[in-house]
Design a protein around this ligand. Structure first.
Ligand code: PLP
Length: 855
């Protein structure tokens, strides 16, 4: 016989004096404002932890007594009013000058679309790096006063909760969240009725609710299909992040892209810049085109208009990160939509063509064709993406195509440990407004070395405490005996501060090579096992439920961690989320990252670590290739993709062991008569000082404003300022594309053989001539350009000057003659090349069309 348990939640009454706690619980400012979070934690630390740091849930469950006492407690009330006045001055702050210099906070609005947002563990709608990055982007947008609105999906089951069982198998659990527990409110229309947005899917309409999450100055709108109007399957459409099959994904992306635009319209918002953060949200382009077509535009003109003020960020060179839909699936979902665009479904599908996937629809390709501003997320990734996506601009050398980069950054207030922000608040009052000032951070030199070290040790102790608790839960659940559990946790004691701790936390995707460190287990065991110099390594991360090789990595690490030589020295922690990440990145001594070059794109967790005075030991890929300067951590020089993978892994693992053995471990344990390692502190200070001001989200968002948002807003205005500008531009492109295959330089008999060196004296001019067959285009439609520069020993050509040739007479064969009086500004051996490409004043980028020909 089983008994039934009835659950009852008895909610306290919030005392009038603490009334605004509820307001604070409803604004995700708490995700980075530690004074606000401390107000909750201080009431009942244990309950705060049990509630998963969720202020809304906490306030419903905290004891009446704790609240009543706090309302009488002077100390608490002081904290409360300090936190509130901080909050009020934050919400009243105006937009920063760097924003108003480029955008108008009254008239402009950036609409940001992303499939996931990682703001805080209490809103679990993220899986990993992309989501955290989007969350940090929102937070920095709020800090800066950027006119900004974000759009995503409300996943009621979120991403999965990870359990690692006794065999190292990952179990994925989807737990439904109560909507009342989430820091969101239902968006209402003017009449106070919940706003309802509809998207059409084959054979039915799906209704969506719109939830609003307040993040300081900005709003994040989240779409939700779980409405009684919808069928059971449609209600589940938005339950899970990255769950389900291809068809499910297609439907989710329709909800996000098309539903997202409709939600903003229903809210009465008028974005002037649109940002598609990774391909999932690309369908928003089509919805916005549909609106213009309904308004009388032809599709091509609508696309010019829409693309003009749209930014697309691509986030990974890894194929699995790019959504590609089969032709049949695409056609099934867009056959009914295409007529609204005035084109057929096949013509529409062609916008998603890429060389690797003939016929199917690649969201990245569509995004690149439907936006005029595109970027990768680090310098290296920008170059890699330019190469990968070169087919969009077939004639253009990849390094000159329009894909640029903005290197990622992380939100400093979120990831800087409280112990650090307390220290900074006391010593450097204006640090929060100096986040992007590199010189400012030299002030860290003033922190005494012993203080720096003891703070680092404090953070490590907090981490070890948390890990001890988590590991016990994890292994007890798996049925591990107490004696074994003692072995697992034996190096985690509080008084064990002098252990060197390495951390590795991120998604378990194979290219991140979590097991590289185990290439030579015997050598690793020697490195970790020295009783005089104890070393611990912590691993954490989730593998996507369908990523079997990723799950196999988890299993392998589990197995290593149970071997006698590694037990207690290698720890595998389950359910990597923002809470664990904040502790891990601040509490370890060394942050390890060893991806396969050049697949990392950016990586961000190393930035979080560096801000906390942790040293990075990483492959020079992604952000670390920009961040590493020889004094602020350790870099492993990667092997290119020409090398055999086994050889590459072997070599890079050897470098990793060598660095650990000869640099990292000796440096940490070198005490030179102090209670701390002075050289370690010097390096850790360098890490914090050089990385914090360059790799934070504020710098990142300002780069977006400067390089992409501002120009996109301006570009759209420029097109709209011309009568029928978009239509004229579309028509011109069509004409140029039709003619271009016949445009060519024609050799004339007066040409000198290219390999003959011509001589010239400094100050004199060389007459450079070219004859171009325009094939029906006008001289206004084309630029003929001379690149003057030097050939390098490695075969590359470095351009020093770009000069235009002027059109002259028409030659007897019908070609147009072009001429330039070339007067080099420097002496020495040089070379020049001549090329032609289409030109129009309404192009966002000179090579937007992808057409070019060379003499
Ligand atoms: C920062 C972060 C990530 C991303 O880590 P990478 O090093 O960029 O792979 C993933 N998950 C969580 C919880 C994070 O905080």
């Amino acid at each position: 016989m089983t008994e039934t348990t009835f659950i009852l939640e008895v909610q306290p009454r919030i005392p009038a004096r603490l009334r605004r706690l509820e307001e604070l619980a409803g604004d995700l400012v708490y995700s980075w404002d530690r004074r606000v979070r401390a107000l909750f934690a201080r009431l009942d630390a244990e309950l705060w932890r049990v509630c998963g740091h969720n202020p809304k849930v906490f306030l419903r469950r905290v004891s009446q007594q704790a609240l009543d006492e706090a309302a009488q407690d002077r100390g608490y009330l002081e904290e409360y009013s300090r936190a509130l006045s901080g909050y009020d001055s934050y919400t009243q702050a105006q937009a920063r000058d760097e924003i108003t210099a480029r955008l108008d906070p009254q008239a402009d609005l950036v609409a940001y679309f992303c499939a996931e947002y990682g703001l805080h563990e209490s809103l679990p709608i993220y899986s990993g790096g992309l989501g955290i990055l989007a969350g940090d982007h929102c937070k920095a947008a709020s800090d800066l006063g950027l006119p900004f609105v974000a759009v995503g999906l409300l996943y009621r089951q979120g991403y999965f909760t990870q359990i690692i069982d006794g065999h190292g198998q990952q179990q994925a659990q989807y737990r439904p969240h109560q909507i009342d527990d989430l820091p969101v409110t239902l968006a209402l229309d003017a009449g106070g009725v919940p706003l309802q947005v509809v998207v059409d899917l084959p054979g039915r309409a799906v209704s969506l609710h719109v939830w609003r999450a307040k993040v300081g100055h900005i709003d994040l709108y989240l779409l939700d299909s779980d409405l009684p109007d919808n069928s059971e399957t449609d209600r589940a459409l938005t339950y899970q992040l990255y769950g389900g099959d291809r068809e499910w994904r297609m439907q989710q992306e329709i909800v996000l892209g098309i539903g997202g635009v409709r939600a903003l319209r229903a809210l009465g918002l008028r974005p002037t810049v649109w940002h598609i953060n990774e391909g999932h949200a690309t369908f928003q382009i089509l919805e916005r085109c549909r609106e213009w077509v309904a308004n009388g535009d032809k599709f091509q003109a609508a696309l010019e208009r829409v693309a003009a003020n749209t930014v697309f960020t691509t986030h990974t060179p890894v194929a699995a990160g790019h959504d590609i839909f089969d032709a049949a699936l695409f056609d099934h979902y867009f056959t009914a939509f295409a007529p609204g665009l005035g084109i057929g479904v096949e013509a529409l599908r062609a916008y998603g063509q890429s060389p690797q996937n003939q016929g199917s629809f690649n969201m990245t390709s569509m995004a690149l064709r439907g936006t005029r501003f595109h970027n990768g997320v680090s310098k290296i990734h920008g170059e890699v993406a330019s190469g990968m996506e070169r087919y969009i601009w077939p004639d253009i050398p990849p390094d000159e195509n329009p894909i640029t980069h903005v290197t990622n950054g992380v939100h400093a207030s979120t990831f800087l440990a409280q112990e650090w922000s307390n220290l900074l608040d006391v010593r450097f009052a204006d640090w929060r407004s100096s986040l992007t000032d590199c010189q400012y951070w030299d002030c860290l030199q003033e922190v005494p070395d012993h203080r720096f070290w003891s703070l680092r040790q404090e953070l490590k102790t907090l981490l070890l405490q948390m890990v001890r608790r988590r590991v016990a839960v994890q292994h007890r659940r798996a049925g591990v005996a107490d004696a074994q559990l003692r072995r697992i946790t034996r190096h985690l004691a509080d008084d064990n501060g002098d252990v060197l701790v390495l951390g590795f936390g991120r998604r378990f995707a194979t290219y991140k090579r979590a097991t590289l460190l185990f290439q030579d287990p015997a050598r690793l065991a020697r490195l970790l096992g020295d009783p005089q110099r104890p070393v611990l390594i912590m691993f954490a991360g989730k593998a996507h439920p369908s990523d079997k090789p990723g799950q196999e990595l988890i299993r392998q690490i589990h197995e290593f961690s149970m071997r006698p030589e590694f037990i207690g020295r290698i720890l595998l922690l389950e359910n990597y989320d923002l809470n664990l990440a904040r502790r891990l990145v601040s509490g370890v001594d060394v942050w390890l990252n060893n991806p396969v070059y050049p697949l990392e794109a950016s990586g961000t967790s190393g930035m979080k670590a560096a801000m906390n005075g942790v040293l990075n030991l990483s492959v020079l890929d992604g952000w670390w290739a920009e961040g590493y300067d020889g004094t602020n951590g350790w870099g492993i020089v990667p092997h290119g993709s020409d090398f055999d993978p086994a050889y590459r892994d072997h070599e890079e693992a050897s470098d990793l062991y060598d660095l650990l053995e000869h640099q990292v471990i000796p440096l940490y344990f070198e005490r030179g008569g102090h209670s701390y390692s002075a050289e370690w502190v010097a390096m850790a200070k360098a890490s914090m000082r050089t990385i914090l001001p360059r790799f934070n989200a504020e710098r990142q968002v300002l780069d977006y404003v400067e390089k992409l948002y501002g120009p996109a807003r301006d570009h759209r205005r420029k097109i709209d300022a011309v009568d029928d500008g978009a239509a004229a531009l579309a028509a011109w492109k069509k004409r140029v594309r039709a003619c271009w295959s016949g445009v060519a330089f024609v050799a004339s008999t007066s040409d000198v053989a290219p390999d003959l060196t011509r001589t010239l004296h400094f100050g004199d001019a060389l007459e450079v001539r070219a004859a171009l067959r325009l094939n029906g285009l006008g001289t206004d439609d084309v630029v003929v350009e001379c690149l003057l520069g030097e050939d390098q020993e490695d075969g590359s050509f470095v351009v020093r000057e770009r000069l235009h040739l002027e059109p002259g007479s028409t030659l007897p064969g019908g070609e147009t003659s072009y001429v330039l009086a070339l007067r080099p500004r420097r002496t020495g051996l040089q070379s020049y090349r001549i090329r032609a490409y289409p030109h129009h004043t309404l192009l966002a980028h000179p090579f937007e069309l992808g057409c070019m020909c060379w003499l």
